[in-house]
Write a protein that binds this ligand. Sequence first.
Ligand code: 0O2
Ligand code: 0O2
Length: 267
Amino acid sequence: MDGRDWGLFLQPYEQAVEELKVKFKTMRTELKLREAYAPIEFVTGRTKRISSILEKAKRLGVASDQLDTGIEDIAGIRIMCQFVDDIHRVAGLIRTRRDLQLVYEKDYITNYKDSGYRSYHIIVKYPVQTALGYKDVLAEIQIRTLAMNFWATIEHSLNYKFKESLPDDVRIRLKKAAEAAFHLDTEMTSIRQEILDAQTEFEEQSNVVSRALNGIQDLYFYNRVREAAQFQMKFNELFEQEDYPGLNGLATDIGISISKAKRSGQS
Ligand code: 0O2
Ligand code: 0O2
C-alpha cells in the first residue's frame, strides 16, 4: 500500500461520484417536471476517506492490490426520499438504467441492522471514461428516507466519536430511536395515503354530481320535462343529505331514462 499515488487511485471514483450525482439530480428534475412530485428529495455523494478505506481493507482482509474489487463503497451516492414507497420506486428506476450495471442489492429496510440502521443499498458497476480508456468502478448507492438519514447521520457521528465502543445504554437508546424514526416513516406514509384517498373521494363525488346534472340537462333536451323535474327534486334532496351513493344510483337511473328517450326518439 505504501507509495500508492492516492490522488491517481481515487480520481476515477471522484469522477464516478460527480457524474452519478449529476445523473440522479437530473432524474429528480425530470420526474418533478413530468409528474409534479419527485420521489427524490435530494442527492449527495462522497468518495471514501483514505483512512476509512485502509481501516475497511484491514477489517475485511482485502489485499492492497485488490481495493478496487474488495471495497465496494469507495464511490458512494446517497439518495434521500420523502416516503418509504419512493425508495422502491427509485430502486426500480436504477434497475432499468443502461449507463450502469447492477452488481447486487442489500435491503437493510426489511433486514435492518443490529444497530437499527435502515437503508436500501445498491452496488453498481459504473464505467468512467479516463484519459486512457474506459474503467469500471464499483459504487454504492444508498437510498433512504429523510428520517432514516436523520438517524444514520447522528448515529454515524456518535459512533465516530466513541470509536465503536458506544456504552450499552446509548446503543439501546439509539436502537429505540431508530424504531421511532421508522414509526415516523410509517405514520407519514399512512397520512399520505389518507390524503390521496380523500383526493380520490373528492374527485369521485364531483364526477357523480356532474354526471347527474348533465343527465338532467339531456332529459330536458329530449323533452322529458316531467321526468327531468322529478330527477332534479330527487337530486336536490340527496345533495342536501350529502348522500353520494344515492346520487350515484340517481345518475345511473337518469342514464337509463336518457337511453329510453333516445330509443323512443329513433322509433
Ligand atoms: P441545491 O439546489 O442548492 O439544493 P454539490 O457538489 O454541491 O452539488 P454535494 O457535494 O453532494 O453537492 O454537496 P452536499 O453538501 O453533500 O449537498 C448536496 C445537496 O443536498 C445540496 O444541494 C444540499 O443543499 C442538499 N442537502 C443537504 N442536506 C439536505 C437536507 O437535509 N435537506 C434537503 N432538502 N437538502 C439537503 P445542491 O445539490 O447544492 O442543490
Ligand atoms: P463511510 O465512508 O463513513 O460512509 P460493513 O462491513 O458493515 O462495514 P459493508 O457490508 O461493506 O459494510 O457495507 P454496508 O454495511 O452494506 O454499508 C456500509 C455503509 O452503510 C457504511 O459506510 C454507512 O454509510 C452505512 N451503514 C451501514 N451500517 C450502518 C450503521 O449501523 N449506522 C450508520 N450510521 N451507517 C451505517 P461506512 O463504512 O460507515 O463508511
